[in-house]
Design a protein around this ligand. Structure first.
Ligand code: F6R
Ligand code: ZN
Length: 186
């Protein structure tokens, strides 16, 4: 592929539309096997058409030296109290990544295999993901989508099995009008 020329990308924070557009990914319950605490409830809803989150990417490719970007939108919702979230992943080639909150309120859960961290995210917040920390995003609002922009090194790669093997250190669970972090196994 020829090297990219400088170009401009516009996005609409209200709709997640990226122009020019790259790949769009849609995640439903069926795509989130083994991730929610209540596996029985997940089984019952695995055929649901409801979109848990979507990812709109720009056309910048995931290749070395490039800096791809994508906008993730997580629907409000929960499964047996556990807030709607992304699958979460580790970058096999440990490199940093930044998230910028666009709309709604959410959180960035990070886990390095021993310790977890939580960053509150809202419009204007930059969440920094240091190299070596697995990351998952959570919508903490009961009625509004949470949306953020991610910028990451094109050679970082995405390891989803790591989260299935190691967990994320904690889970975000609804508590009245707010939420709490509970131990991953509990
Ligand atoms: C890229 C990145 C985000 C996520 C997106 C969906 O490195 O961290 O763009 O890919 O928020 O989450 P996952 O990939 O965990 O399904
Ligand atoms: Zn990432």
């Amino acid at each position: 592929t020829p090297p990219l020329r400088p170009f401009q990308i516009t996005f609409d924070a209200a709709t997640a539309v990226v122009d020019p557009a790259g790949p769009v990914l849609t995640r439903r319950m069926a795509d989130l096997e083994g991730l929610f605490r209540d596996q029985r409830a997940w089984q019952e809803l695995r055929g649901s058409e409801k979109v848990v989150y979507s990812v709109h990417s720009s056309p910048v490719p995931e290749t070395p030296r490039e800096l791809p970007q994508s906008i993730t939108t997580i629907s409000p919702g929960e499964l047996s109290g556990e807030l709607f979230m992304t699958k979460g992943h580790q970058h096999p080639d440990p490199q940093g990544e930044i998230y910028l909150g666009l709309t709604g309120t959410g959180g960035l859960l990070l886990f390095d295999g021993a310790e977890h961290a939580w960053l509150d995210m809202s419009p204007g917040t930059i969440g920094y993901i240091p190299p070596g920390w697995a990351h998952r995003s959570v919508n903490v609002s009961a009625d509004e989508p949470y949306r953020f922009l991610a910028v990451y090194p094109g050679s970082a790669g995405h390891d989803y099995q790591w989260v299935l093997d190691h967990g994320m250190g904690a889970r975000a669970v609804r508590l009245g009008d707010a939420f709490e972090l509970v131990p991953y196994g509990g």
